[in-house]
Design a protein around this ligand. Structure first.
Ligand code: 5AD
Ligand code: SF4
Length: 445
């Protein structure tokens, strides 16, 4: 019987992309998917260290595998990769000595060889490379979660050094992938039947600065749209680098989904400066106005950090005002988490934990009200939906995503099966709006 694997992925979309590559690699080395963490022969963790809770969850889960590993007659191989692997390397083994392989963000391709080396040497193997060492993982085989969707990395690393963020310290400087490589991968994906791609980078808007001396993201959108791909998404956009040329390309190209993730982080100029974000709240609002003017049906999402060191009630109120003004469809809200090695971790923070929590709760309530308001405005409209499967709660209800990336539930049309709809676009009339999903019915059979 072949060996089984189980991959657990934390964190951002780049890890989701790498997770599909890890799965593809393990499959092509003859392994089959296992069903649980405990029962698999090989367990791979793709980790995140952007906030403390992801860091702790990883440690907890790996620690609890220790007894599983010793109880199994054939043992179990445990590999830890991603950002914690890249950041900690050898040090990880001091805390978790039963880990067999530690790898980083630049050597995913070596995983099968590292597993083999650990198995034959009967001792842990650590390989963490610095950023220059390897190309983009897109050259590796992928086992995609959905056959109609693919992640396409266009940059890796980050040059922005926001003062709270560990990413540039772990993932290194920004490097762009050559445009022809992005286009040829997308063309191959179209030929395989992929309908939707998500272009990935920590800051897609600065794409090309290292290669071409100036950002060329608008050109990427145009070139990728010309391959005939049905729908293009991208993440993430730093507000300081989102150009008018990009807004123009978004408005012009029907394949670009009317949805944008534009992290604001804060609405206070003082906090934004301390965060090293390099824009003011007024800059951000003016950008949002330009976006809605060019793309009136845009679905806008954001990231907000509450409780940055020294945040006052006035700073927080400025964030609440920005959230109100930007009319977000969705916001990912985070309580500030100090990360060793970042400048913000050195700052004094006099704000009591309960105050931060109370602000966080107020922010979440405002975000929910904003999301519901945006969804209500869609009632009565027709939306182009890509069906992804059935609702988790009810197999007679289809589930899909709008251009704005909103979940839509639609009763399965009589006489059809869910399988016929999965991976298909259809027009849906919206007749129900909730905070986190819409309801509707199909306008075509
Ligand atoms: N604490 C809290 N949130 C953070 N983020 C990044 N670093 C931290 C931190 N130290 C958030 C930012 C970023 C998102 C991916 O994670 O909002 O946009
Ligand atoms: Fe972190 Fe800022 Fe880079 Fe985003 S842009 S990855 S928040 S440093």
């Amino acid at each position: 019987m072949s060996e089984t694997y189980y991959v657990r992925t934390f964190g951002c979309q780049m890890n989701k992309h790498d997770s599909e590559r890890v799965t593809g690699l393990l499959r092509s080395s003859g392994m089959t998917p296992g069903t649980t963490l405990d029962s698999a022969d090989v367990v791979v963790f793709l980790t995140c260290c952007v906030r403390e809770n992801a860091d702790e969850r990883l440690r907890g889960q790996v620690a609890s595998l220790k007894s599983v590993k010793t109880a199994r007659s054939g043992g179990q191989l445990i590999a830890v990769g991603g950002c914690i692997g890249q950041r900690d390397g050898e040090r990880l083994l001091e805390q978790l000595p039963h880990v067999d392989v530690v790898f980083g963000t630049h050597n995913v391709a070596h995983l099968p060889a590292l597993l083999e080396a650990a198995r034959s040497a009967r001792r842990p193997v650590v390989e963490v490379l610095d950023q220059a060492a390897e190309g983009f993982t897109s050259d590796l085989p992928a086992e995609r979660e959905h056959p109609w969707h693919a992640w396409v990395p266009i940059t890796v690393g980050c040059d922005n050094f926001c003062s709270y963020c560990i990413v540039p310290h772990v993932r290194g400087r920004e490097r762009s992938r050559p445009l022809d490589s992005i286009v040829s991968e997308t063309s191959a994906l179209v030929a395989e039947g992929v309908l939707e791609i998500t272009l990935l980078g920590q800051n897609v808007n600065s794409y090309g600065r290292d290669l071409y001396g100036e950002p060329r993201f608008a050109e990427v959108l145009r070139a990728v749209a010309a391959t005939g791909i049905e729908r293009i998404r991208f993440a993430t956009s730093h507000p300081k680098d989102l150009s008018d040329a990009t807004i123009e390309a978004m408005a012009e190209l029907p394949a670009v989904a009317r949805s944008l993730h534009l992290p604001a982080q804060s609405g206070s100029d003082r906090v934004l400066a301390a965060m090293n974000r390099r824009y003011t709240a007024a800059d951000y609002v003016s950008l949002v106005d330009r976006l809605y003017a060019a793309l009136p049906d845009l679905a806008l999402s954001t990231d907000i950090i509450v409780g940055f060191p020294g945040e006052t009630e006035e700073d927080f109120e400025a964030t609440m005002a920005l959230v109100e003004r930007a009319r977000y469809d969705q916001a990912f809200t985070f309580i500030y988490s100090p990360r060793v090695g970042t400048p913000a971790a050195e700052l004094e923070d006099p704000t009591p934990r309960e105050v931060v929590q109370e602000r966080f709760d107020r922010l979440v309530a405002r975000v929910q009200a904003s999301a519901l308001e945006k969804n209500r405005a869609l009632v009565g409209t027709a939306q182009r939906v890509l069906f992804t499967g059935v609702s988790k709660r009810d197999a007679s209800v289809l589930s899909g995503r709008t251009e704005g990336n909103k979940v839509v539930h639609v009763p399965l049309p009589a006489g059809s099966s869910a399988e016929e709809w999965r991976g298909r676009f259809a027009e849906v009339r919206i007749d129900e709006a909730q905070t986190w999903f819409l309801g509707g019915y199909t306008l075509e059979a």
